[in-house]
Design a protein around this ligand. Structure first.
Ligand SMILES: Cc1cc2nc3c(=O)[nH]c(=O)nc-3n(C[C@H](O)[C@H](O)[C@H](O)COP(=O)(O)OP(=O)(O)OC[C@H]3O[C@@H](n4cnc5c(N)ncnc54)[C@H](O)[C@@H]3O)c2cc1C
Length: 479
């Protein structure tokens, strides 16, 4: 059997890895530019957060519960997946892994502190409460902690948290090392060919995909084709005339920054709950090299949803994240060195759920739309997709995320209007808004409520609601 995988981010590579595990004799070609420009994977946290990502509106619908099931499974699967990667890499592990002790090594560990401070507004409290409820409901191991006991947490006095929770099993990885590990595994396999190029079109011959045409004109044939090219999925399907009924993918442009502190190493993720417009502020240990300086920390992340990709960092995002890291997490980061600024485009669907499964023809499959969770979900989504391709049983049904589904509407219009106003307000507070004491907040909320209702009317959203992250695209007529 011959497979072509279009895209070389964490999703494409983990699908290739699962195929190697399941069908060792098959031939696999992975096509993607080696610089991965604008790709989402390298700039990722990459936090393995499931409960820490929960918000007040999570877990209310079948789709949200199924997504949570995938995400919870991913948190459990990662330690084994990491071991499987190390085992398959054998002698080809990157040099950074030379002191690896698997789960106690430098680049993978567990433990996330979620803090609840008052630097933005009450949306943080609602989301923090939702995390606590879910941890209790699902009996997930956690401990309420006094924020002063969080290692390497020394915020400004006015930004100090009064509540915090430690989630024992939610960890983190260095995505660049994981990518390197997967690249090495693929390069070492006699059955895998990595092609430094892009696919221009996919060719459908009498109802079956026969080949892909690369941007350099080269044509490649295979039996089965897998689209895993992140934000380019919609455009590729359109260029190939195969986009009928497939939900569009947009770009969740995000920024993260690697800093090197002067003697303030992190041992765990320290983060806020998700906030309006983005995931709040987080700081992740960022392992660089064996026996080396462990003061590298990844600060993340900004997010704005756009119809076109962005490749450069917006200075407002840079300044906001650096300020948040020093003000809300540790003032001693003031003299940290800025090592790198990473910009990536998260693939996000209109309803914000992944697209996974067969599309257009019997031998064409795709995964995209993983938004803020694709790194974490990769071992599970790749396993599910390969089971779908090989007609094997799935641990549970995920038809709800079929690429050709109708857009899922989780929210009623009333719920969405309220969620949008909360989100817009939270964004303002995150960016320094201070209200007067003569009912200014009420005035602003009323204005936004009118605007959000207008946008719903224009979009024909009478009995369904626009999710906050997609609001600006609907407002600007881009959806
Ligand atoms: C700042 C930031 C922080 C994040 N933090 C986290 C986190 O903490 N945890 C988490 O789980 N997720 C996180 N994410 C999200 C996660 O990174 C994505 O969900 C995931 O990386 C998507 O993987 P992908 O392989 O689908 O896409 P990508 O990584 O974008 O890979 C797609 C690849 O396909 C290539 N390509 C594009 N077009 C073509 C073509 N026509 N032919 C061939 N190749 C093509 C691209 O060059 C790219 O290399 C974050 C993302 C960002 C930007």
């Amino acid at each position: 059997m011959k497979y072509i995988i279009i895209g070389n981010g964490i999703i494409g590579l983990s699908v290739a890895f699962r195929l190697l595990q399941n069908e060792p004799g098959s031939k696999i070609s992975i096509i993607g530019p080696s610089n991965r420009k604008g790709g989402a994977t390298a700039p990722a946290g990459a936090m393995l957060n499931s409960f820490a990502e929960i918000t007040a509106s999570s877990l209310q619908s079948e789709a949200s519960l199924t997504h949570f099931q995938l995400s919870h499974m991913a948190t459990q699967v990662w330690p084994d997946f990491e071991e499987e990667l190390i085992s398959m890499a054998g002698d080809h592990l990157p040099e950074e892994c030379s002191t690896c002790q698997v789960h106690t090594g430098g680049c993978f560990s567990k433990g996330t502190f979620v803090i609840n401070n008052a630097t933005s507004d009450e949306l943080d409290d609602k989301n923090f409460n939702a995390i606590l409820s879910a941890l209790n409901e699902f009996n997930e191991q956690h401990s309420l902690v006094d924020p002063v006991d969080i290692p390497n947490y020394q915020p400004a006095a006015a930004a100090r948290a009064l509540r915090a929770v430690y989630i024992h099993n939610e960890g983190w990885l260095n995505p660049k090392i994981v990518l390197k590990k997967l690249d090495r595994i693929m390069a070492a396999s006699h059955n895998v060919q990595c092609i430094d190029s892009s696919v221009k079109t996919i060719v459908d011959t009498e109802g079956k995909i026969s080949k892909v045409i690369l941007t350099n004109g080269e044509e490649l044939e295979a039996d089965t084709f897998i689209i895993a090219n992140g934000i380019d999925a919609t455009s590729l399907l359109k260029r190939s005339g195969l986009d009928d009924g497939v939900q569009s993918i947009y770009c969740g442009v995000g920024l993260s920054m690697e800093i090197k502190t002067q003697g303030y190493p992190h041992k765990n993720v320290v983060r806020t709950p998700n906030r309006g417009g983005a995931c709040g502020v987080y700081t992740v240990p960022y392992f660089k090299e064996p026996e080396g300086n462990d003061c590298h920390i990844l600060v993340g992340a900004s997010n704005f949803v756009s119809s076109i990709p962005e490749y450069g960092a917006r200075i407002s995002s840079v300044s906001h994240l650096l300020h948040s890291a020093t003000y809300e997490i540790n003032q001693n980061f003031y003299n940290a060195e800025l090592v790198s600024v990473n910009v990536g485009n998260r693939p996000i669907s209109i309803d914000q759920y992944p697209l996974i499964g067969q599309v257009a023809c019997d031998n064409l499959f795709m995964i995209s739309g993983t938004n803020r969770d694709g790194f974490h979900l990769s071992p599970v989504l790749s396993d599910f997709l390969v089971r779908i391709i090989l007609a094997k049983d799935l641990p549970f049904d995920i038809d709800i995320f079929s690429p050709t589904r109708s857009v899922i509407h989780d929210l009623t219009r009333e719920e969405a209007v309220s969620a949008n106003v909360d989100s817009l307000m939270s964004e303002q507070y995150q960016h320094g808004f201070v209200a007067s004491n003569i009912r200014q907040v009420e005035q602003i909320r009323n204005d936004w409520e009118r605007q959000v209702n207008d946008v719903h009317d224009k979009a024909g959203a009478h009995d369904w609601g626009i999710p906050p992250l997609m609001f600006k695209l609907y407002r600007d007529g881009l959806i």
